[in-house]
Design a protein around this ligand. Structure first.
Ligand SMILES: NC(=O)C1=CN([C@@H]2O[C@H](COP(=O)(O)OP(=O)(O)OC[C@H]3O[C@@H](n4cnc5c(N)ncnc54)[C@H](OP(=O)(O)O)[C@@H]3O)[C@@H](O)[C@H]2O)C=CC1
Ligand SMILES: O=C1O[C@H](COP(=O)(O)O)[C@@H](O)[C@H](O)[C@H]1O
Length: 589
């Protein structure tokens, strides 16, 4: 389709508000706030004002760049968990501008992700007063449902995070009243025009801000974007589209998808989601690096021996086999979630916390990497296992998966960054389904202490004396540093102990789900946690050659038992680079 079909997706007032918002954000640090603009964004005006009152506080930006949890070091607020600060400002969110509306349309509302993640996240945001006064949710899918049927369908999962909280039922009723449904085909302009009528009814004369969340199979993305853009975009506010992964299968298909989407949308309207970027510990990575003097000086090949990015799930592809078989674990987890963590871990210091500055640095580091080589990859696939009367099916036992499928459900890889900071440091990745545990973490293994005076206390195994920094993304979020320590007593015995920041003990508040943060950012137009197209190209460039080779050469995955620690090949790969997987070291497995 030609670009002439493009609707005025951002009106001038919204474009102007956008600039103003960014301006305001930058001004925050100086506690100068511009006048709120008359747009969808002005609903946040009161929150901006609150920051002025927080003079003498230095603002800590949330994922959306706002100093929500302004903290004073003078008055000791910093001693309190930051979450309390954020909560303290909640009432300011609900005083939205009555002249603007926000409608979130979940396309694919009948699906697994919508039920499991999107509606619960929206409800949590609503419960916490993060959504503006005039907001509405629409479900859109082919399945025929009434509004009430949609409400019944989602109410079962809404409670997941906050069911034990005060007023949960009452809030849920209020939330459900704002949920509506429209049934339609994904490629029907007519059906999207009908949706548009319903959206307009809700919006009345108010400024309209529309967010479409594409929670559908990827081959439907372009149809939906075409129809929504032509028939259901906002006439006077903004229109944004959240696109779920997978963004293609390789460089070529990803490039093609971006090209097609850009026929109807500007890059600024496309929010490519990687929900790992919304996870608390991943968000914390930059804080750890850039606001603690003790870490940044160590952050290079001078002190770091290797870095490991580990993802494991203790369940298989049950229920999602059809999707998974077309993609496999490298595309499902490594090329996106693990690589995103790697980029944040290894990037140079950005000029600022602005989305573009951060994404520029991420792209640079990705482009400094060498494409993954076949000899640096190990692939595996789980097979069935019966123990103690329990049977766990193998990957190919799923009727939706061909018996001779070679799709990897496990992979380990060694990647390298060819720049001055990281030259020669192996960045190891490991991702697998149906393993012995559910875990996601980053492990940083430091070099040995030169001329270690206590060397003899460790015997020949110097690896045991290696300092290791672990960022456990899930479960049980934690940051801990393995150090060598003297066991108290008259003798000189050393052991390895952890300086442990266990989030659950330090911050007894529930951690929001990644989808909440991501949705809130998309609503606020904050792009920091979304993948820019050049970033996506750089990510695919690293994996596409090896993915092609694996498929063309029909490389057979090493089989491993459901519930095991994965293929032994992963150990050989690590050993090739003098590395031991930290998660299997014995202390931690
Ligand atoms: N589920 C998860 O945990 C995750 C999912 N994702 C991604 O999110 C998106 C949605 O995932 P999920 O909810 O699991 O997907 P589903 O398979 O549940 O599909 C979502 C909806 O899309 C419609 N749909 C499904 N298959 C087809 C088809 N062949 N043709 C047309 N419409 C179809 C169905 O709605 P109807 O028939 O009513 O139109 C379905 O309810 C996908 O892109 C997925 O890759 C990403 C990360 C995790
Ligand atoms: O994107 C995906 O992520 C999930 C794992 O997400 P988590 O937040 O539960 O760790 C994974 O199960 C799925 O295969 C993949 O598509």
């Amino acid at each position: 389709m030609a670009t002439t079909h493009l609707k005025p997706l951002s009106c001038s007032s919204s474009a102007c508000s956008h600039a103003s918002v960014r301006h305001e954000r930058q001004q925050f640090t100086r506690f100068i706030v511009c006048k709120p603009v008359n747009s969808c964004f002005s609903m946040w005006g009161s929150r901006f004002r609150s920051t002025v009152q927080a003079a003498n506080h230095f603002p800590i930006k949330s994922s959306n760049g706002h100093p929500l949890n302004a903290v004073s070091l003078q008055d000791g607020i910093a001693e309190r968990p930051l979450g309390e600060e954020r909560e303290g400002l909640q009432h300011l969110y609900s005083t939205g501008n009555a002249e603007s509306t926000l409608i979130i349309t979940v396309v694919g509302a009948s699906g697994d992700l919508a039920k499991k993640k999107i509606f619960p996240a929206l409800f949590a945001l609503y419960y916490e007063d993060f959504l503006p006064e005039n907001f509405t949710v629409f479900g859109y899918a082919r399945t025929k449902l009434t509004d009430d049927e949609l409400r019944n369908m989602i109410c079962g999962t809404l409670t997941c995070r906050i069911d034990k909280r005060e007023n949960c039922e009452e809030k849920m009723d209020q939330f459900l009243k704002r949920c509506f449904y429209h049934s339609g085909q994904y490629n029907s302009e007519e059906h999207f025009a009908e949706l548009d009528e319903k959206l307009k009814e809700k919006e009345g004369e108010k400024l309209s801000c529309r967010l479409f969340y594409l929670s559908i199979p990827p081959d439907k993305f372009v149809d939906v974007v075409r129809c929504a853009s032509l028939k259901a975009s906002s006439g006077n506010g903004w229109t944004r589209v959240i696109v779920e992964k997978p963004f293609g299968r390789d460089s070529e298909s990803s490039g093609e998808l971006t090209k097609c989407l850009k026929q109807y949308l500007n890059e600024d309207q496309i929010f490519r989601i990687d929900h790992y970027l919304g996870k608390e510990l991943v968000e914390n990575l930059s804080v750890l690096r850039f606001s603690n003097l003790v870490f940044e000086p160590l952050w290079s090949s001078n002190y770091i021996r290797n870095v490991q990015f580990i993802f494991s799930e203790d369940f298989g592809t049950e229920g999602r086999g059809g999707y998974f078989d077309k993609y496999g674990i490298i595309r499902d987890i490594m090329q996106n979630h693990l690589l995103q963590m790697l980029a944040l871990f290894a990037m140079e210091t950005p000029v600022s916390l602005d989305a573009e500055d951060i994404r520029n640095e991420k792209v640079k580091v990705l482009r400094s990497m060498k494409p993954l080589q076949l000899e640096d990859v190990v692939v595996g696939q789980y097979k069935g296992q019966s123990t103690g009367g329990k049977t766990c099916p193998g990957y190919t036992d799923d009727p939706t998966i061909p018996n001779d499928s070679l799709t990897p459900t496990f992979a380990a890889a060694a990647l390298f960054i060819n720049n001055a900071r990281w030259d020669g440091v192996p960045f190891l990745m490991k991702a697998g389904k149906a393993l012995h545990t559910r875990r996601a973490e980053i492990r940083v293994q430091f070099r040995h202490v030169p001329g270690n005076l206590y060397k003899r206390n460790f015997g020949t195994d110097l690896d045991k004396a290696t300092n290791e920094l672990v960022l456990r993304v899930q479960p049980d979020e934690a940051i801990y540093l393995r150090i060598n320590n003297k066991v108290p007593g008259l003798g000189m015995r050393l052991d390895r102990s952890d300086l442990n920041l266990l989030f659950r003990s330090r911050y007894p508040k529930e951690i929001p789900d990644a989808y909440e943060r991501i949705l809130l950012d998309a609503i606020e137009g904050e792009r920091r946690l979304f993948i820019r197209s050049d970033e996506l190209d750089a990510a695919w460039a690293l994996f596409t050659p090896v993915l092609k080779e694996l498929e063309e050469k029909r490389i057979a995955p090493e089989l491993y038992l459901y519930g095991s620690r994965g293929p032994v090949g992963a150990h050989y790969l690590a050993a090739k680079y003098n590395v031991r997987w930290g998660d299997l070291s014995g202390d931690d497995s």
